[in-house]
Design a protein around this ligand. Structure first.
Ligand SMILES: Cc1cc2nc3c(=O)[nH]c(=O)nc-3n(C[C@H](O)[C@H](O)[C@H](O)COP(=O)(O)OP(=O)(O)OC[C@H]3O[C@@H](n4cnc5c(N)ncnc54)[C@H](O)[C@@H]3O)c2cc1C
Length: 421
């Protein structure tokens, strides 16, 4: 049985980025195995993602991760790799109250050189002529909504194709001699290298030596769990080891389409990624006459970790549509075309967790709904951790202390993300 240097479990955007950066640093991927229970890479939450990217964050840690990743994506695409990278902008619509609560964050972003502009009602209307800024008094009272008075427009923000990005990392890793094993599910961790049955009471739990899968044991000096939201099933669920995750949240996407000519007119021109002031509802254009609406558990319902989260059309129709059509009345004539749902894996401050939690076991999770926009930096930092380095060099050469993202509160050094509607 081959004993790998590193087994990376999870071939989403985080696992493939780690595989790419680690093999680039080593100059070869021949002793690295990328393993997934799915039959292809980009199968989990990466595939379900809206895949928007932005640097409109107030925490310095988040800014370092987003900025490094976005600049790296630009570099890869400029070098001839099509990643579907586009910069159509991010529009955060705000009420008066939200503007004042976020003023400190806005000042921080401006101080940090984030390319943003605050738009007044007139400029918003120029950008989105069919947005209803002023609501009727009755609607405001009934749905507890408020008028939109301003917006934050992020210019260095846009989208990327998550499949093209993941496949790019995977392809480069394989070209460097990397190994992959898909359709293979990890059931638990190997604490004892011997082949026979082990008495659990005598087992040394201080070092991991590989993974036990539905296809047998895979031994490795280092195991990396890039299993996102599913990490809880493996660590808390199987071994009672803390995964660093605070919780998970379901995020659902609904495709709305219309053949109605007036509605098409409303959504066939430029339409930035737009976030409503309420309940984390956002929408973006996918093609003429079609938008995707995203919504999450903020809309008043409990949430739990689900292995295969399913969309809930009733929830969308009853809790999200009434709010949406107050601001965008033309969408009342749209029909639902498709839906998808996935999980966000949350960390304490909304920044990722990268840590060696037991000797030989590294976790890279907690991307908190920002995994696509930070994946490149997460790959670099995790590679440095496996190589035993204290510091990593982000894209653009900024140094980043690897232990900053530890789940040990004594080492973790992450400011909470204060920019939020
Ligand atoms: C609806 C939605 C919209 C989103 N929008 C955005 C956005 O606009 N911008 C952004 O940056 N982020 C967004 N996110 C978040 C982003 O998609 C995630 O942060 C990111 O995809 C996480 O990547 P990952 O590689 O950690 O996890 P995943 O892509 O989930 O990959 C984990 C992999 O681990 C594998 N795996 C799990 N358990 C096992 C096991 N036991 N054995 C073997 N393999 C296993 C799974 O099969 C999977 O392939 C969104 C998420 C959702 C759900």
């Amino acid at each position: 049985m081959k004993n790998y240097d590193v087994v990376i479990v999870g071939s989403g955007v985080i696992g493939t980025s780690i595989a790419y950066h680690l093999s680039s640093r080593l100059g070869t991927g021949k002793d690295i195995l990328l393993l997934d229970k799915a039959s292809t890479s980009c199968h989990g939450n990466t595939q379900r993602s809206a895949a928007k990217i932005r640097d409109t964050v107030a925490s310095q840690t988040n800014l370092d991760l987003c900025r490094s990743s976005i600049e790296a994506y630009k570099y890869y695409q400029d070098s001839g790799v099509d990643l579907g990278l586009k910069f159509e902008g991010y529009l955060w619509l705000m009420t008066d109250d939200q503007r004042s609560r976020n003023q400190t964050s806005i000042d921080t972003m401006l101080r940090n050189g984030v390319n943003i502009e605050i738009l007044d009602e007139f400029s918003i209307t120029k950008l989105l002529p069919n947005l209803n800024l002023k609501l009727e008094k009755r609607t405001r009272e009934l749905l507890r909504l408020e008028d939109i008075t301003c917006a934050l427009f992020g210019k260095n923000c846009g989208s990327i194709d998550p499949e093209l990005l993941t496949r790019f990392y995977e392809r480069r890793f394989l070209e460097m001699g990397g190994n992959k094993l898909y359709n293979c599910e990890v059931r638990s961790l190997v604490f004892d290298k011997s082949d026979g049955e082990t008495n659990h009471l005598l087992m040394d739990l201080s070092r991991v030596h590989g993974v036990i899968t539905d296809k047998g044991k895979v031994l490795a000096e280092n195991v990396v769990l890039a299993t996102g939201a599913y990490t809880q099933f493996l660590l808390e669920g199987k071994h009672g080891i803390h995964s660093g995750l605070k919780g998970t949240k379901k995020r659902q996407l609904y495709e709305l389409a219309t053949k109605d000519f007036d509605s098409i007119k409303c959504i066939n021109s430029y339409f930035p990624f737009t976030i409503l002031p309420y309940k984390g509802i956002y929408l973006y254009l996918i093609k003429e006459g079609e938008v995707v609406v995203g919504c999450s558990d903020n809309v008043g319902r409990p949430f739990t970790l689900e292995n295969d989260p399913q969309p809930e059309p009733q929830f969308f129709r009853n809790c999200v549509m009434p709010i949406l059509i107050e601001y965008f009345p033309f969408l009342s004539r749209a029909i639902e075309k498709g839906t998808t749902a996935g999980m966000y894996d949350y960390s304490a401050e909304g920044a990722p967790n990268i840590d060696e939690v037991i000797n030989g076991l590294v976790i890279a999770n907690g991307s908190s709904g920002r995994g696509i926009m930070t994946a490149d930096a997460i790959g670099r930092i995790t590679a440095s951790m496996i190589l035993g380095e204290e510091e990593t060099e982000l894209f653009g050469r900024k140094k980043f202390n690897v232990s900053k993202l530890s789940i040990d509160p004594k080492k973790r050094n992450v400011e909470p993300e204060l920019f939020s509607l």
